[in-house]
Write a protein that binds this ligand. Structure first.
Ligand code: FER
Length: 403
């Protein structure tokens, strides 16, 4: 008994000094709490704080002005709510409304400093910002796709491929559908691209792509498919802390983004996948989509390889923001567009939020398609340049593939 108590005491001391696994400690207060009436309560213990706020996309949005590449733009930023101090310095805020089923992110602001919720273990990194996650799933609602259910699950692997273009190995995230390991079947392939500052992990963390694929396939709403999440930063081997550069802060201003090298090199990824997985290696069974910078990449990869992809999805695509003179891949746009459509792709899908700062360039692009009579599918949703929209677009796009 005495010995046990000694061991317990040693472990407690040890965990404080990080010499042991962090078995002890953990949440002190409950936050967030989804209440029976559908409201959500946030709590934060800060006895010495003067002002405690919560900000997140579960709150009504407000407009913020900013400048990007010399252009003035506005974007929707999450609303902010004040917490009230109660007993033991525990601050609290309960939404005055039922929080609609969705996957949200939020942070606290303690006297102006942004921090994640230390009592919520569900955390996301978006470029160099950490946010806490609030998932409100509801049967019948779209966010049910983002939750894990008792269905057959696919496998997610981290796969390195030798990039001749980069001159080093680069990492991919690969989803193989449930049953891939035990069957002999060949599968169609969807390539999914991230935005600026993202990496090969972004879609499976913030994007909930694994859950979306598992659930859509289990419901019979999508064909079983292999999904490949590339890293679109050609100067980078892999996500931050997963590459050989060690402790580097994630940033959206990496060298060699949107200058053509990644798009030019894309066929080497397709070749690698086709030679390492049981794929149906033809245009009819290949799709590509991406968000923002990845939507831009998707467009130019599709136009420059008109025999490679039968389905292309542009989600809040960052078109009309680059300098086309930097790479031949961006040139002869109208001619490439004509060739692309002359080969009758099964689907060009365009989605954007009504308050996305990129909506003008997307509207211009659609006017061009309309004027030439080129067919495409369009979806406009509420809100701006946010992951909520990209999860929606992925879950709309995937059921349309390989039919
Ligand atoms: C720009 C606007 C948007 C730009 C890049 C983006 C390099 C990409 C945004 C994203 O991927 O989220 O002017 O210039």
């Amino acid at each position: 008994m005495k010995k046990l108590a000694l061991i317990a005491a040693a472990m407690l001391l040890g965990s404080a000094a990080f010499a042991q696994q962090a078995l002890f400690g953990g949440p002190g207060v409950v936050s967030p709490e989804i209440n029976a009436d559908g409201t959500v309560t946030f709590r934060y213990q800060a006895p010495k704080a003067v002002k405690v706020q919560v900000t997140g996309d579960f709150l009504p949005t407000q407009k913020t002005e900013f400048e990007m590449n010399g252009q003035k733009m506005t974007f929707d930023s999450p609303g902010v709510a004040d917490l009230k101090e109660g007993e033991n310095g525990i601050w609290e805020y309960t939404t005055p409304f039922k929080v609609a089923p969705e996957m949200y992110t939020y942070t606290f602001r303690i006297d102006g400093n942004s921090v994640i919720d230390p009592n919520n273990m569900f955390v996301n990194r978006d470029v160099a910002s950490l946010t806490s996650v609030l998932l409100v799933p509801e049967k019948g609602a779209r966010s049910d796709l983002y939750a894990i259910h008792n269905v057959p699950h696919g496998t997610v692997s981290k796969v390195w491929y030798p990039s001749a273009t980069a001159g080093f190995s680069r990492r991919l995230t690969v989803y193989t559908p449930a049953g891939y390991e035990t069957s002999k079947a060949k599968y169609p392939v969807l390539y999914v691209l991230h935005g600026i500052g993202g990496d090969e992990d972004a879609w499976v963390t913030q994007g909930r792509a694994t859950q979306i694929l598992d659930n859509l396939i289990a419901r019979g709403e999508a064909k079983p498919m292999i999904v490949v999440f590339t890293n679109g930063n050609i100067s980078q081997e892999a996500a931050p802390l997963e590459n050989s550069t060690g402790y580097t802060r994630p940033t959206m201003s990496l060298p060699q983004t949107m200058e053509g090298t990644f798009e030019t090199a894309f066929p080497e990824v397709v070749k690698f996948i086709d030679s390492h997985y049981r794929t149906i290696a033809k245009k009819q069974s290949r799709a590509i989509c991406g968000l923002s910078m990845g939507g831009f990449h998707t467009l130019y990869i599709s136009l420059n390889n008109p025999d490679m992809f039968n389905y292309s999805g542009m989600f809040s695509a960052a078109i009309g923001v680059n300098d086309p003179s930097v790479s031949p891949i961006y040139q002869d746009f109208d001619a490439k567009l004509a060739t692309y459509f002359s080969k009758k792709p099964a689907l060009l899908w365009v989605g954007i939020g009504s308050t996305d700062f990129l909506i003008q360039s997307n509207n211009d692009f659609r006017k061009k398609l309309d004027a030439a009579g080129y067919p495409y599918k369009y979806m406009e949703t509420d809100g701006g340049h946010i992951w909520r929209n990209w999860r929606i677009y992925l879950s709309e796009f995937v059921p349309l593939l390989f039919k």
